[in-house]
Design a protein around this ligand. Structure first.
Ligand code: AMP
Length: 350
């Protein structure tokens, strides 16, 4: 196995960009997966978010794409709009010394702007299945040169009901291509896709997460249901976190908790599927930049979003334990699966 980026045969201009991004050593998934992709093999990668998987396909695709070809050569499908934007923004950083153009397409985004960008010519398109399918049907997105297909967070796309659209997209692509599938788990439906649409895929399973469990203190507070907000307020007063995410199960709870926090004088924003796309992206950006200290969110809205320097994660509805585990912020890969009856408030601090 190659232990550094230099030995992997990554081009100097991509290397320069990832060095500037602060990537010194490849992560486990990068060490194991990139050589297979550069060898044009289909790949199933079972790893959780936070393992460095974006760079696995980002670095490889940028390396293998021919800047002389007009039209997209790489297509990346993601379950959420936020993830599409984040992946595209990572690709832009990785390709900053290259001529390649990349773009993100996703629901609720201005269709005309997307069409104009696609017309100007892009090498890699990242998008949510619905919008990508739309562009393909309207011939805004040409598929004939696509040589790389990435299904990112495939299990999540299944959960969100996108599988039919994913299959329709796959059927519209050239058969001669490399298909890369990333998924934390491989349920039967995903297995079927792998069997039908991938060629002798190599499977790589990454057990560990990049962050260590030791660095995280986890606390459970047992509180009465109607005292959750009181306890939340106390906690925030005691912890005074610079940056804190509060996860709730439903959009309604997110709104309720957020208005409670506002009434108490905290600067906080809500993030969930009912909030218009533009505002959601702005909120994530502001939160990442430290302009908003508290973000109250549903899992769907925040999954896979990487936020540096998060000091406190609160699971307001603890039965949604998986949520926090999916957000990389120093949160352990495997939760201590204590069965905790509701109403509990789970808190993690680092
Ligand atoms: P991902 O799983 O792709 O969302 O990546 C999680 C985080 O790890 C992102 O902030 C990446 O920028 C960062 N990352 C990915 N690969 C490396 C690496 N080799 N060295 C340092 N950080 C990395």
């Amino acid at each position: 196995m190659k232990n550094n980026f230099n030995d992997m045969g990554i081009s100097p201009l991509v290397l320069k960009a990832i060095e500037e991004m602060g990537f010194e050593e490849p992560t486990e998934v990068q060490r194991k997966a990139i050589p297979h992709i550069l060898n044009q093999e289909d790949l199933i990668v079972m790893s959780k978010t936070g393992s460095g998987k974006t760079a696995v396909f980002g670095v490889s695709l940028l390396q293998m794409i021919d800047p002389g070809v007009a039209g997209p050569q790489g297509l990346i499908l993601t379950p959420t709009r936020e993830l599409a934007v984040q992946v595209d923004s990572d690709l832009k950083q990785m390709s900053k010394h290259l001529p390649h153009k990349t773009t993100a397409v996703y629901g609720q985004h201005n269709m005309n702007i997307e069409i104009q960008t696609l017309k100007k010519g892009v090498s890699i398109v990242t998008g949510t299945p619905g919008r990508v399918h739309d562009h393909i049907c309207h011939r805004n997105l040409e598929t004939k040169h696509i040589r790389f297909l990435v299904l990112d967070e495939a299990d999540r796309m299944l959960d969100m009901g996108f599988l039919d659209q994913v299959v329709r997209i796959i059927k519209s692509l050239p058969k001669e291509r490399v298909t890369l599938l990333f998924s934390a788990t491989i349920p039967t439906e995903i297995h079927k896709i792998c069997r039908e649409y991938m060629k002798h895929p190599v499977t790589i399973e990454i057990e560990s997460q990049t962050m260590t469990v030791d660095a995280i203190k986890q606390v459970y507070y047992r509180v009465k249901h109607n005292e959750k907000n009181l306890q939340l307020n106390r906690l925030l007063r005691v912890e005074q976190p610079e940056s804190c995410m509060i996860f709730c199960n439903t959009r309604v709870t997110v709104d309720r908790v957020q208005s409670f926090l506002s009434r108490k004088g905290y600067v906080s924003h809500a993030l969930h599927g009912d909030i218009p796309q533009g505002r959601r992206l702005k909120t994530i950006q502001q939160f990442k930049q430290g302009e908003i200290p508290l973000l109250v969110a549903t899992d769907v809205a925040a999954r896979g979003i990487h936020i540096d320097g998060l000091s406190l994660v609160i699971n307001y509805d603890v039965l949604w334990i998986k949520t926090a585990m999916c957000i990389e912020s120093g949160v352990p890969a495997e939760p201590e699966r204590k069965v905790v009856p509701s109403p509990w408030l789970q808190v993690m601090t680092s």
